[in-house]
Design a protein around this ligand. Structure first.
Ligand SMILES: [Cu+2]
Length: 165
């Protein structure tokens, strides 16, 4: 239920009426609308111009791995998220996933799954780990209330979105 989907539907409707609108309003208006939608619906991960805004569909059963820095999560696996800062993960509701995080900067971190009110979902939270190279893992079933994966010690920066659909 992301904005991207709504935007895509709007684009389709625009295309439907394109001929009519072209006559009425001219091509410049259409080009501007389409460009705006494409910019907000980038989920292929190829455009890293804004590295904290990439969105990735994650197959059911995938073991996700991220490195934990106090400034961000950095994707490791699957390969699509490799090197991406705070990758948005799109999960399938009711499917099982594993997320492992690895301490990458020798500072204390944890990883928690939050709902959109900032509460931990289903007690999904790892212990704090402070030693670089150590890791912790959460196994979970994706549910609609899940909204983010967050380090509770650095939630202003080490915060990335989950989308469950
Ligand atoms: Cu942290």
């Amino acid at each position: 239920m992301g904005e991207g989907r709504n935007c895509s539907m709007t684009t389709i409707m625009t295309e439907h009426t394109r001929r009519t609108v072209l006559k009425a309003a001219g091509a410049t208006t259409i080009a501007a609308v389409a460009a705006g939608c494409l910019g907000g619906d980038d989920d292929d991960g190829d455009d890293n111009g804004n590295g904290d805004d990439d969105t990735f569909d994650i197959d059911a059963g995938t073991e996700i791995v991220v490195d934990g820095y106090n400034s961000h999560w950095e994707g490791v696996e699957p390969s699509a998220i490799d090197g991406v800062e705070n990758p948005t993960l799109v999960l399938e509701e009711g499917e099982e996933y594993t997320i492992e995080w690895v301490n990458a900067d020798n500072m204390a971190h944890d990883l928690q799954i939050w709902d959109d009110g900032g509460d931990v979902v289903d007690e999904l939270a790892t212990d704090e780990i402070a030693a670089e190279g150590d890791s912790a893992t959460l196994d979970f079933t994706a549910s609609a209330e899940m909204a983010a994966y967050v380090c509770s010690l650095h939630s202003g920066s080490q915060y990335a979105d989950l989308v469950v659909e």
